[in-house]
Ligand binder design. Sequence first.
Ligand SMILES: [Zn+2]
Length: 200
Amino acid sequence: MEIREDGDKTHMQKEEKKNCLICGSESYCQSDYSNIRIFYVCPTCGRYETGLNKFDRNKMGPYLFYNRFDGNDLEYRYHTTLEKELCDQYRKEFEEGNNTHGMPVHMDNEIIERWYPSSFSEKLDYIVRYTGEHTRHAGQRLVLSYQEVLSLLFVDREDETEHGQMIERNSDDCQDEIKFMLDCLQDSLLITYAYGRMMT
Ligand SMILES: [Zn+2]
């Protein structure tokens, strides 16, 4: 597993295992305390970096999953909330042979909001396109983890209380929603599924 290297050794950095901020999966993470940024390599959300920006986990989870940069030796791209200008500068440096910051890909709430499907039928389109792109042949099985399924099916991880606080959703409710979404897809003859088997 490769973690982004930072050439500036004055930054206090520590590489450790931590739960992903978005989906809770066990991830590799590297903290940059001086810039208050954390870099994650999550099996569900891929390579991404966050700072102090506020974001919506319910939308960011699917966004990162659908646009995932996998943690492997050949991947230098990662999603980040760094300003776009800085991302452009780092990418230019990378192309010139300086790999201090890898290849950051800017994201912000507006970009995520614009990407996020605005209707139920649009969600179904995204899901069907994803499964088509990730199976080489029709009829092939796609095996996903529980967290991947939540992101794939746009199932919210958090709910807002009446006091405006965001709290983790009950997992039974999430499972009911997964089943509902999969039933819709199956009834539309778009996929067949084996619940449980899909979630290894
Ligand atoms: Zn994650």
